[in-house]
Structures are given as structure tokens and as C-alpha cells.
Write a protein that binds this ligand. Structure first.
Ligand code: NAD
Ligand code: MG
Length: 398
């Protein structure tokens, strides 16, 4: 088995760090068995955090380190001087790095900011381990077409999609994809109290330790809404065939139900190192992780309940965006990014997040946006700019 070259985009984030820990663990195991390393790190990229990035690049023996924020380039060069590690800066360099030949590009940048590099990796024919769900939500058709053209495989790293990918066999006999949701920190908070919730309260996820934006998305169930759209594009299944069920323990990571009544699920501790290891190892399952093993007897029960759509309108908005097609999911995503950023800064309330998303979608569909399928990154960028403008205008009113 030859060494697998891996590039990690968003290396300094929560998923990026889990990825580097899985890689280090697998290589350490191989070394102790006197075997050659399993992985080699090709490139590491981050947005702004040069300190963490340079430490990671040295520890992992990366060939290249890229910082998206060009104002941080001199600092990165200084920190890596004399190490032999190449350096680069800017979005263009990041996209070029994503296209460098390797066996896996881990797309773990947060938000639509990850789209250009995800697309560059796929277009170059690199297999992509996809955590950056926003790129699939914003450009699902474009990414799928690019993958079909280049032969790249998109292997999901999001835990729910990893679960579905592992238990989905064929499509003809498929009845439903069932995506599980922890329900977030406000699962049992009365709707009357939601308006007062702060970003500090919203980010305190009960099960998963994650970056700030996805933690807020989990509190509104917008994360699940994005995941419904992500699943629709990744697995080419219409929105009507995708259900969401609340499962507070986050042990069953998602399920697929079939025509004969069988339901297949994937289970495990809520720990990203498992879907990370799977996405790095695929098509085999060679990577051992240090994840705690599931103790079903100790767990004793698994709970499930329906989503409260009145309290959490996000999933219905996602279904609506999928039904509308075209750029509607892109608009939903960008309005959410704008609203979450405003919420974190205390510029809008918790309940405003989903109303800004809904109103931006409505406003833009009235002005003729939404129905056409975008065919290139330039078209997508124009819609992103317009969605940002409309949601900023709506945010200024709250
Ligand atoms: P995070 O905020 O912890 O990390 C984000 C990473 O992206 C950082 O390395 C940051 O430097 C980089 N970044 C941010 N803006 C950038 C830009 N403009 N250009 C280049 N790099 C930029 O986020 P996270 O929790 O690791 O999530 C990353 C992605 O993975 C998100 O799309 C999220 O939805 C998805 N995801 C996360 C988890 C999780 O457990 N954290 C699980 C499933 C999916
Ligand atoms: Mg997920």
C-alpha cells in the first residue's frame, strides 16, 4: 500500500485538527509496527491563523503552507523560514494548492468561502473528503458535474452523510434517507424563550465540539437544513425522500430505509475522528482511531422524536429551496451566513436568523433570482453578492 498524500484546507479549524490527529495517529501506529507511513501531508491551508498553521505544517512535515489572508503572508514566511516548507498566500494560491496532485483533499473551510478551492480540487480530479457542506449546498450541480467530468470522487466527511454513504447500496430500492439531528442546545427550550438566547448560549452544543458557525447553525437546526440539501445533491435524492428525525444522543449518525422495510444505520460515538478516518481511508477501512468504542449496554437506550417545525423553521425552508431549485439553496445559505455573522456580533436576535433567511429567499425570488441553475463560479459569485446585499438590507431593519 503506497503512501496517501493529503491536503487539508481549513487545517486550523475543528475538522482540520481532527484530520491531522487521525493522520498523526495512523502514522504513529505504522511507525511502531515498523511500517512505512500511511499518510504524507502535501499542503495545509488556513484563513488567518498563521501561528497554528505554521506549527501544524512543521509537526506534520507538510510540503506547502497557504494562508488565505494575504496581510498575514510575511508572518507566515518568517515563521517557516529555514524549514524547507513552501509558503503561499491568497485565494488563488489556495485554489492552486487544492489542485496539486494528491490522493485526498480535505475540504474543511467554513462557509461558502470554501467553494472555490473545493471546486478546484474536484476539477483537477483530486478525490475530496467533504466537510465544507456549504460548498455542496451552494453549487451542488456544478460540483457533481465537475466530479463526473474529472473522475474525482466526493467522499462525505459530515457524520450524517458519511453514515448514509456507508449504508446506501443502490438507488432503485431506496425509499428514504433519514438524517438524524441532535436537536441542539435549545431542543427543550420553550419557543417563548428563544428570542432572548445569546450567541454564547447558542454555541454550547450538547454533543459535538465544533467551530463557532456550525455550532450556531446547530442551535437553529439550520445545520440540519444545510445537511438535507447536502444529502440531496451528494446522493441525487429529491427533498421529499429525505426525512429528519431528532436523536439527542447522536449515536445513530443517519439511516437509509429500503422498499422491503429494512432500515440500515451507522452508529458510533459522536466523534469526528470516525467519519474523518473513513473519508481518508475510503474505499477501504484501514485506519484505526483512538475514538471511544460504543458501549451499548452502558448507553441502554436511544431516543428519537419528530422535529418541531414551528420552533425550528429551517428544515422547511431547506425543503422549499430544494423544491425551487436553481440558486435558491445558494441564497438560503448566504442569507444564513450573513444572519449568523450578525447574531454573533449581537446585531440581531436568535429568531431573526431564520426570518432573515426566509425574507431574503422571498425577496430574491420576487426579483427573479432562484430558478436558473448556475453554470459557473462567476454566476454563483454574482448571486452571493446579491444575497449578501439583500440580507444586509433586511438585517439593518431588525
Ligand atoms: P472552524 O471554524 O473550526 O474552522 C474553519 C477553518 O476554515 C479554519 O481553518 C479557518 O482558518 C478556515 N477559514 C475560514 N475562513 C476562511 C477563508 N475565507 N479562506 C480560507 N480558509 C478559511 O470550522 P469547523 O467546525 O472545522 O467546520 C469546517 C467545515 O466543516 C464547515 O463547513 C462545517 O459545517 C463542516 N463540518 C464541521 C463539523 C465539526 O465537527 N466541526 C462536522 C461536520 C461538518
Ligand atoms: Mg453533520
Amino acid at each position: 500500500m503506497s503512501v496517501k498524500r493529503v491536503t487539508v484546507l481549513g487545517a486550523t479549524g475543528s475538522v482540520g485538527q481532527s484530520t491531522l490527529s487521525v493522520i498523526a495517529h495512523a502514522n504513529a501506529e505504522a511507525a511502531s509496527a515498523d511500517e512505512p507511513p500511511v499518510f504524507e501531508v502535501e499542503a495545509l491551508a488556513a484563513g488567518q491563523d498563521v501561528q497554528t498553521l505554521s506549527k501544524q505544517a512543521i509537526a506534520a512535515g507538510a510540503k506547502l503552507a497557504i494562508i488565505a489572508d494575504e496581510t498575514k503572508y510575511a508572518d507566515l514566511q518568517a515563521r517557516l523560514a529555514g524549514t524547507g516548507i513552501e509558503t503561499a498566500a491568497g485565494d488563488g494560491a489556495l485554489a492552486e494548492a487544492a489542485a496539486r496532485p494528491c490522493e485526498r483533499v480535505v475540504a474543511a473551510i467554513v462557509g461558502v468561502a470554501g467553494l472555490r478551492s473545493t471546486l478546484a480540487a474536484v476539477q483537477a480530479g483530486n478525490d475530496v473528503a467533504l466537510a465544507n457542506k456549504e460548498s455542496m449546498v451552494c453549487a451542488g450541480a456544478l460540483l457533481s458535474e465537475a466530479a463526473a467530468a474529472s473522475g474525482a470522487q466526493i467522499v462525505p466527511m459530515d457524520s450524517e452523510h458519511s453514515a448514509i454513504f456507508q449504508v446506501l447500496h443502490g438507488r432503485d430500492d431506496l425509499e428514504k434517507l433519514i438524517v438524524t439531528a441532535s436537536g441542539g442546545p435549545f431542543l427543550d427550550t420553550p419557543i417563548s424563550e428563544l428570542g432572548d438566547m445569546t450567541a454564547e448560549q447558542a454555541r454550547a452544543h450538547p454533543r459535538w465540539s465544533m467551530g463557532l458557525k456550525i455550532s450556531i447553525d446547530s442551535s437553529t437546526l439550520m445545520n440540519k437544513a444545510l445537511e438535507v440539501i447536502e444529502a440531496a445533491y451528494l446522493f441525487d435524492v429529491p427533498g421529499e425522500q429525505i426525512d429528519v428525525v431528532v436523536h439527542p444522543q447522536s449515536i445513530v449518525h443517519s439511516l437509509v430505509s429500503y422498499r422491503d422495510g429494512s432500515v440500515l444505520a451507522q452508529l458510533g460515538e459522536p466523534d469526528m475522528r470516525t467519519p474523518v478516518a473513513f473519508a481518508l481511508s475510503w474505499p477501504d477501512r484501514r485506519i484505526r482511531t483512538a475514538v471511544n468504542r460504543l458501549d451499548l449496554a452502558a448507553l441502554s437506550r436511544l431516543d428519537f422524536r419528530a422535529v418541531d417545525d414551528e420552533k425550528f423553521p429551517a428544515i422547511a425552508l431547506a425543503k422549499q429551496a430544494l423544491a425551487a431549485g436553481g440558486t435558491a439553496p445558494l441564497i438560503l445559505n448566504c442569507a444564513n451566513e450573513a444572519a449568523v455573522a450578525a447574531f454573533i456580533l449581537g446585531k440581531c436576535g436568535f429568531l431573526d436568523i431564520s426570518s432573515i433567511v426566509r425574507d431574503t429567499m422571498e425577496d430574491m425570488s420576487h426579483s427573479g433570482f432562484g430558478s436558473n441553475k448556475p453554470t459557473c463560479l462567476e454566476e454563483i459569485n454574482a448571486v452571493i453578492a446579491e444575497a449578501q446585499r439583500v440580507s444586509d438590507r433586511l438585517l439593518a431593519k431588525v
